[in-house]
Design a protein around this ligand. Sequence first.
Ligand SMILES: [Mg+2]
Length: 125
Amino acid sequence: MMATILLVDDEASVREMVSEVIRQSGHRVITADSVAKAKAIFTSQAIDLVVTDLVMPEQSGIDLILEFRQIKADVKVLAISGGGGITGRFDYLPIASLVGAGAILKKPFSINEFSHKLEELLNAN
Ligand SMILES: [Mg+2]
């Protein structure tokens, strides 16, 4: 099944790399570099799954999950993060799970790890 994936990350290099993996998996990808831009896309297009970074300069991926769940309670979210804040010592991934991310993945990850998580979540009910 071809899905439409919304990919949100403030880092261009991550957007490029992950977009390529999503396309190679046979899916359509739309990217956004901020939660605000992602929200505009999410409210105007049919999105099957959201892949979001957690640490971003304005609103965080945690904000995204909370806001998107207000719009669509069963939104599928795969959270990707390398850790937290400026120090990198705080791990936001468990918090993403608590607020509703269906899957989490720590950066850096392999193409196989990402594809596996993506398909698993796409196929989940
Ligand atoms: Mg980031």
